[in-house]
Design a protein around this ligand. Sequence first.
Ligand SMILES: *Cc1c(COP(=O)(O)O)cnc(C)c1O
Length: 230
Amino acid sequence: MSIAENIARVRANIAAAAAEAGRKPSEITLVGASKMNDACRCREAVAAGIDALGENRVQEMTAKLEEHAYDGAPLHFIGHLQRNKVKQVVGKVSLIQSAGSLELLEEIEKTAARLEIVQDILLEVNIGEEGGKSGFFPPELLSGAEAALKKSHVRVLGLMAIPPAEAEREENLQYFDKVRGLFLDMDEKLFHNSLRVLSMGMSGDYEDAVRAGATMVRVGTAIFGSRHYM
Ligand SMILES: *Cc1c(COP(=O)(O)O)cnc(C)c1O
């Protein structure tokens, strides 16, 4: 199957899941998670109409930017972001989906201020409260959002979450519901119901995520095929 055929199939599945939930497919942004796929394959996804591409590793993204891999589509950063790499990401991407700590928010703010831009971000919530994984723990989320609101060079568009990898389907659905609950609570309390982006769902669970209210899904394997780790 070609990348274009895969995108068409994923879109059809998203449309069906959206319909089941009484939603329109146009409410859902399809982000291709393009890690370990070269510039040529990224361009193929762009040509096939992917809504955005998301990268995980700063070094890989920087190299592919030089090769014009993403021309024609918005680029997101979706991976774990180290503070010392923030300079290579702010201003280079339209959305940082993985702003998951106060220190990282501060570094993004400083870098964006220096560039005199406003960087769009999502707050990442560590919904499974897993050690060694990035993201605000649920009890810290509101104070994280308050801190972000005080910064004039970051703009919070919503929330991103990756439930624990080992969760079975039922448990995974509960995590999605929890994330949506946090999203609605934060939106109402701090953002006057203006947040639009709830990013959750990957190749194995994007249809469940859409039924649970996701407005953005990040799909890698189902679009690009399996990755070959070396
Ligand atoms: C790789 C990745 C994805 C996509 O994973 P697949 O299971 O291949 O669809 C989504 N989100 C993040 C943050 C990722 O790193």
